[in-house]
Design a protein around this ligand. Sequence first.
Ligand code: PEP
Ligand code: MN
Length: 337
Amino acid sequence: MVIVIKKDQGDQVGHIKQKAEKLGMQVIITYGAGQNILALVGDTQKIELNQFEGLKGVEKVFRIQEPYKLASRYANRVDTVIEVCGRKIGGDHFTIMAGPCSVESEDQIMETALKVKEYGADFLRGGAFKPRTSPYSFQGLGVEGLKLLQKAKEATGLPTVTELMDHHDIDDVYKYADIIQIGARNMQNFSLLKEVGKCDKPVMLKRGMSSTIKEFLMSAEYIMSEGNEQVILCERGIRTFETHMRNTLDLNVVTAIQEMSHLPIMIDPSHATGRIEMIEPASRASVAIGAHGLLIEVHNNPMEALCDGPQSLTPEEFKVLSQRVKKIHQLMKEELA
Ligand code: PEP
Ligand code: MN
């Protein structure tokens, strides 16, 4: 249920929040441009709309029909902008996260981090816990990898994003990462989603490879319903009948999410295509359609990568991509303004 408070009567927000809490609801407040919105979460069916409709300051009361509520566009008409170490994600900001699929060694992460920083990345990505299809493949360096990522952050100033696969590692990942990534394979690991929902760090939630957009938003809702509203969505390609690419990039998800939700939506063209030559064109299309950012795999020496080498750009390839997408973003900002 959503209660919209009149523009000039923001002082009523506290009273109405209290009343809803007395009725057993969790209340999430959004102070939007010119409007204050209270989203009531809980068993709202036991509440009648007219319990709030007549109250001073209330403009409108309505139920959200969608099963996702906090993630829904109705809960917040203004785009959510998430600030991490002074960098903004969402709204009209465009964010590039880049780095290797996995952290492999100090030299590898340092060299790659310095390059992606030089060429325009805003965040450094790098997996320490890797979800590999084969149990015999490199599984990541674990905590050692997190420490190296931290070192690379200190050297470059780039905040980090890294995947949490198992709730046993949450304290370590929380300690070292600036954004906690939940991978495609865990998008519906509801207990893991609840765990990250309880922490106060932004979460980048990747779309499951066979998940619908609704299921994607329901997973975001799991995180948000535990109190963590800092969710960044990331499309990374879905499974279709097509085998030419590693996955099929569903660009429509950007438009759909922006209509259905207020959360930032990024694109990972590296996993979505799995092919070097397709990553930069897919990135250009992602900016043009309005994505809030890109997650790009870059390796200082892709031929030697222990994970996802065939889809890892060299730093120089990344430089070209970065320059081009920034130009398109700037152009679009000016056009739309
Ligand atoms: C990754 O980002 O390296 C990764 C494993 O992604 P996904 O979960 O989308 O497969
Ligand atoms: Mn990867």
